[in-house]
Ligand binder design. Structure first.
Ligand code: SF4
Ligand code: SF4
Length: 370
């Protein structure tokens, strides 16, 4: 005899049609943080190599040309971002690559392109200061046993400092200086030996500069990324460019289990677990949140148009490819080495102390008039 179901009992079809509670599928992807550290260390090694070569180059200058000639490493121009930004603007105005620090210009373009693809990945995959800052913060969290967070208002106020610094530089370069003033600055003996001047800034560091740097190191132990988050105008510019990137980290709220792991690991203190798309100038594309997410296909890079998934491995692959392609292009087109001869460097070395640069907008306006 067929048994008639009670009228309150759901029928089989009805049960099948109901939305079932989501069963989380474990994220099978391997984390990329070891690869990130390896790439960061490779760039630290590259910078150390450049530093050693530059040391011997300066020794040659100091000896008046008597010691063995060591060529100046063009990679040192990576540490001249303001001169490089002026050079880039000069290129847009005149269509010419200024010969003083061409490698710096190409490195700047490389970093801009990186930011336009996956956000400011330069900060978390390439920049040696980024790695130093991260290591200091990891050390601090180990000894404190927790991550310190500043009150939100203080954090916002401090974060605005880097934009004020950036605003000053952009105003001075793009609104005060004309093409003639740019050319005058880029041609000036100060700019030509800006890398040597920078070397002496650190090699013969003043007590004020020493204590300022020591203070920043100390603060970076207790407040994660103190320099990068609050003061670096370069990072501020890359953060703005990163917002224009067509690739963004997106969270799928349907599969998210609200474990908050992504937000807890984020070094930029972004509340990844509460947004659908990470739209922040502070995101460095470090992938720590994506690596920490325990659920498959829940947190990932996607294109903003079409929402196509981008495999996370493409972040380091494209970042490194951009670096190799653009710097390689500079080398192949003869725009890597500058055109300053050893004799010119030796002459500049004698007058190094007397070389200076405008320190305010009035000085820049005088440069325009000259
Ligand atoms: S949101 Fe993710 S990728 Fe961006 S900084 Fe935070 S952890 Fe890194
Ligand atoms: S890590 Fe973040 S996105 Fe992934 S499940 Fe947990 S809360 Fe959701």
């Amino acid at each position: 005899m067929s048994r008639k179901l009670h009228s309150d009992t759901p029928q089989v079809d009805e049960i099948a049609a109901r939305p079932r509670p989501h069963k989380a599928v474990r994220n099978p992807e391997r984390p990329l943080q070891r690869w990130r550290l390896t790439i960061q260390l490779a760039f630290v090694a590259l910078c150390l190599w450049i530093g050693v070569e530059f040391f011997f180059f300066v020794r040659y200058l100091e000896s008046g040309g008597a010691s063995t000639w060591v060529a100046r490493p063009p990679g040192a121009e990576a540490f001249l971002p303001i001169s490089s930004l002026m050079s880039l603007y000069y290129f847009f105005l005149s269509g010419q690559i200024h010969p003083a620090h061409p490698a710096g210009l190409f490195i700047l373009v490389t970093i801009f392109l990186m930011s336009l693809t996956f956000g400011k990945t330069f900060c978390s995959w390439v920049c040696p200061f980024g790695l130093l800052s991260e290591s200091l913060a990891d050390f601090g969290e180990k000894i404190m046993g927790r991550r310190l967070r500043l009150p939100r208002v203080v954090d916002y106020l401090l974060r605005s400092l880097k934009y004020l610094l950036l605003g000053f530089f952009l105003y001075a370069i793009f609104f005060v200086m004309g093409e003639a003033a740019l050319r005058a600055f880029l041609d000036s003996p100060y700019n030509q030996v800006a890398d040597v001047k920078m070397y002496y800034f650190f090699a013969q560091i003043s007590s004020l500069a020493f204590w300022v740097i020591a203070g920043l190191v100390l603060l970076s132990i207790f407040i994660r990324n103190f320099w990068c988050r609050f003061l670096c105008p370069y990072g501020a510019l890359l953060g703005i460019l990163g917002l224009l990137s067509p690739a963004k980290i997106k969270r799928n709220p349907q599969t998210c289990i609200d474990c908050t792991k992504c937000a807890r690991v984020c070094p930029s203190l972004i509340k990844v677990d509460q947004v659908k798309t990470v739209l922040s100038d502070e995101c460095t594309g470090c992938l720590q949140c994506v690596d920490a997410c325990p659920v498959a296909n829940t947190l990932q890079y996607q294109t903003t148009i079409g929402r196509r998934r981008i495999p996370k491995k493409l972040v380091p692959v494209i970042t490194l490819s951009v670096f190799i392609l653009v710097t390689g292009l500079a080398m192949l087109t003869g725009n890597w080495q500058n055109k300053i001869t050893a004799a010119e460097y030796l002459r500049h070395q004698q007058y190094l102390e007397s070389y200076g640069h405008p320190t305010d907008t009035q000085g820049l306006e005088e440069l325009n008039e000259k």
